[in-house]
Design a protein around this ligand. Sequence first.
Ligand code: KIV
Ligand code: ZN
Length: 522
Amino acid sequence: MKDNRILIFDTTLRDGEQCPGASMNLREKLEVARQLARLKVDIIEAGFPVISDGDFESVQTIAREIKGPVICGLARCVGKDIDAAGNALKPAGKRGRIHVFLATSKIHREFKLGKAQHEIIRLAVDGVKRAKSFVNDVEFSPEDGSRTEPDFLVEVCKAVVAAGATTVNVPDTVGWAVPDQYGALIKHLYESVPEFQNGKAIISVHCHNDLGLAVANSLSAVRNGARQVECTVNGIGERAGNAALEEISMAIKTRPDFFQGMSIGVDTREIVKSSRLVSRMSGLVVQRSKAIVGENAFAHSSGIHQDGILKKRETYEIMDPREVGWLQTELPLTKHSGRAALSVRLKHLGFKMNEQEVQGIFARFKEIGDKKKFVYDDDLTALVEGQITEVPEVWSLDYLSVTSGSQSIPTATVRLRRTAVKDAEPITDASIGDGPVDAALKAIDRITETRGKLMDYALRAVSEGKDALGEVTIKANFGDGELVTGKGTSTDVIEASARAYLNAVNRFLGNGHAPRKKRPQP
Ligand code: KIV
Ligand code: ZN
């Protein structure tokens, strides 16, 4: 095998976003795409344009704004899907890729599609040809590839490559594969299709984590001829998720002895920043013990380990934390820092902001600077990301007062403003609750005439110290079964909770949902 460069195909914005409750709006997706470009992934799968106007617009915007990586759009082997992808990708010019897929396994052919093998091949070839009329760079995925009869899969690969596909991706759609068997399948394909050997086309892999084997399967495939790995930041994705980008990248980088000179183009120092951004934008919290990007990934608590590390780092540490972007702290800003210093620091943190946006952040920065001695990079990042995740406000928080204690019934008084209505009088209401957060959220429900069921609530300190900003992420169900994410930040955790809930209410109402007809009873 001559070419040892492994392409990293990031599908955080497509497969990752399919994770329940992880959906992002356009600004959030654009910010993630900007960071993926800084991370230097080779391909960004930006979405599935036919799915909705929103998906079309985000693929189109990412294709227009993001320079560097190839921008890809997903499509079934269906005319209208392929046309939508082709049109959305136009602004990317030669950097546009259409990814068409069609199920090939026996169970999908018989029970889902009701099609014979020869019909599947015809549809796949037609899909690739139609995609070719828009772009040169076409990828084909035989969905449920890992459970497809290997010899039929060879036939499919040969047919789509002859039709013009330059990448054939073999998805382990249901996370069924195990490393040796999946590696053997990739080897079989590599040895059976001449174009995979002469470099006219490459094999890609796309593994789901239902058995916790997505990364192991992907790496086994790489050892057996795959030259592209599809993955997501933090491994987010449908069900148990996809192969984690950070784990794939660091395994190949840390073990050159095993991966025989293979290389990746990812700038690994951007990994931690990418992980945090995706976590904030998707509302999916990263577990502390998660490899590479979890808070504990490089924390050694046992005395024996600490002693060894002090004597020689490599005794217990296989990677340098700085290599993935940990420990890149700068001197914190204070309330005395000016707008120019803030602007320089924001640029250094990778945020592209115009004067007006910097001015907005500066006002919030001063408020926080008055409450806290130091404003850390993490505080600034939370502020900027808070601004990005803001949705057009239907309601805004004007006032909040809470009483609670071991001997009193928690009570909250809330005043909200109807932002969109000019000169509207603010509305005040109060509620008791099981705790101060419950009381505040119930008072918001009474005013906004919504009733959200809290499905998830996470509170974390943005930076160190007792005066740290608290960031609350919630997921709420407003009765239609969909999970709506909300985020809020404040030095007061009750206020952060109320802001997070109001953010979710605004997101829900902004999606065109009407408030409940009846005011909820206290
Ligand atoms: O898991 C899967 O099969 C997919 C395809 C669309 C590539 O996501
Ligand atoms: Zn998938």
